[in-house]
Each structure stands twice: as structure tokens, then as C-alpha cells.
Design a protein around this ligand. Structure first.
Ligand code: OAD
Length: 236
């Protein structure tokens, strides 16, 4: 029998309990850094060094962080569900927790890509972070963070929309739903499909999606609640 298809849309809140700052909560990254200077196409053209330094600081911050129970439960749910993770996060905590199908909407922190040839991507390893910011790749190309900056299109959005459309259950975790097109994924959920939204301070999305069940809790606690709900539903 086919496993039910569980599609997740995660944001910064799922990594908060791993010790990674969110963006828009009090004390979040965008309170402390000028977003359009460190994370926009114009900002990178104007001052690439500042942008490399910002992302290098994020990389160094990620080095000693570990996946938390919410990431791990999602990976474990693959036993009983066909789990697809769409994440706005640029960290690699879903990968390290063991999830197998992951789509990064806003890029990946531990990668650089060529400015002139967007298909050329290099992975960074934790041991070589001290030599960053790297402006040149192994092949001599000028490199940029493998991040989707503001003012740039989101290349994985089309595939993400397909995944959401095919969901049997859709789960949103730890996002303020402020940033489009990611926040618009909800519109691709088919009518009648249950939606769960885990967040201690959730946005009001009941107008967008009357079928949403809000679990007002942090990610680790909320995922345990959701796991119980899902296992009770699961025919396995
Ligand atoms: P935000 O910082 O906008 O929102 C974080 C959400 O996480 C809020 O709704 C919080 O209530 C929630 N939250 C905080 N602690 C939590 C916890 N322990 N468990 C669960 N939820 C918690 O982050 P995003 O919505 O992910 O893009 O931001 C979207 C995009 O904006 C990011 O991908 C980034 C940023 O600009 C780029 O950098 C391109």
C-alpha cells in the first residue's frame, strides 16, 4: 500500500531550538543586519565582501549546531509516510537529521556558486571555513553565496508547488509567512486536505485556509503532538 504523502514547509522557527536565530522575532537577524545590504542582488553588486562576510558568519554559527527533535521526528516519519520537506532555511539540519527528500527554496549556506555560470556550485566543508569569504572557486570563477537574494526569482518554486499540490497532508512549521512566493505555497493545497501549522506565534492564515489546524507550540513540542495525531490517522 502506498504511504500517505506528507509535505512539510519549514521556516526558521524549526531551527530556533537548535540555537539558530530566526529573522523577524525580537532580536532576530533582520533587527541586527540591514537586510537589503546583506541579502539582495543590489547589495551583492554594491559590496560583495560585506555579503560574503555576513554569510560566513552564518556558516560559523552553524558549525556546532545540531538537528533538534523536530528535524529528527520528520526524518523518522519516513517509516510510515512519504515525506517531502520544502524549506526556506539555508541550514543543513534537515539533511543531518536524515530526511531524504528536501527542497531548499532560498538556497544553501554551505555552498557557493559561480557568478558567471549559475550551474557551477561548490560545497564548502566545515574545516575550511576559516579561509572564507572565498571570492574565487576552484576553477577560478568569482563565486557568490548559493542563496536566493531578495530581488531574485525562486528557481525551486515550481517543483515545490507540485509537491504541495500532491500532498495528502500539509504541514507548515516555524515560519512567519511573510516572504513570497514561499508563503503562497498554501494556495496549492487541494481542497479537503488537512493542513497543520506549528508555531508559538502563528500568523493568522484562517482566511487563506479555513481547513488549517493551528498547533500553537514550539517546533519540538508541536512535532511530538503532530506525530501522535499522524500516527493515529495512519492506517499502518
Ligand atoms: P521569520 O523569522 O520571519 O519567522 C520565524 C517564525 O518562527 C515566526 O513565526 C516565529 O513565531 C516562529 N518561531 C520562533 N521560535 C520558534 C520555535 N522554537 N519553534 C517553532 N517556531 C518558532 O522566518 P521565516 O518565516 O523562515 O530568506 O523567514 C522567511 C525568509 O525570510 C527566510 O528564509 C529568509 C528571510 O529573509 C532569505 O534570507 C532569502
Amino acid at each position: 500500500m502506498n504511504k500517505p504523502r506528507l509535505v512539510i514547509s519549514s521556516g526558521a522557527g524549526i531551527s530556533a531550538e537548535s540555537g539558530i536565530s530566526t529573522f523577524r522575532d525580537a532580536g532576530g537577524l533582520w533587527e541586527n543586519y540591514p537586510v537589503m545590504e546583506v541579502c539582495s542582488a543590489d547589495g551583492f553588486r554594491k559590496n560583495p565582501r560585506l555579503v560574503h562576510e555576513f554569510y560566513n558568519a552564518r556558516r560559523k554559527d552553524l558549525v556546532d549546531k545540531q538537528p533538534n527533535a523536530a528535524h529528527k521526528i520528520l526524518a523518522e516519519l519516513e517509516e510510515d509516510f512519504d515525506v517531502y520537506v520544502i524549506t526556506q532555511n539555508v541550514d543543513d539540519l534537515h539533511e543531518r537529521a536524515g530526511s531524504s527528500k528536501i527542497l531548499h527554496l532560498h538556497g544553501e549556506l554551505m555552498k557557493l556558486r559561480s557568478v558567471s555560470r549559475p550551474d557551477y556550485v561548490e560545497s564548502l566543508d566545515m574545516e575550511h571555513l576559516e579561509s572564507c569569504p572565498e571570492t574565487k572557486g576552484k576553477n577560478g570563477d568569482y563565486m557568490r553565496p548559493h542563496i536566493v537574494f531578495f530581488q531574485e526569482p525562486v528557481p525551486n518554486m515550481e517543483l515545490a508547488a507540485e509537491w504541495v499540490h500532491d500532498a495528502d497532508i500539509f504541514v507548515v512549521i516555524g515560519t512567519s509567512l511573510n516572504v513570497y512566493p514561499a508563503a503562497g505555497l498554501l494556495h496549492y493545497v487541494r481542497p479537503g486536505i488537512p493542513i497543520y501549522y506549528i508555531d508559538p506565534n502563528p500568523a493568522d492564515i484562517t482566511i487563506l485556509s479555513p481547513q488549517v489546524h493551528v498547533i500553537k507550540a514550539k517546533a519540538t513540542e508541536g512535532m511530538k503532538i503532530l506525530e501522535d495525531i499522524l500516527r493515529a490517522r495512519s492506517p499502518i
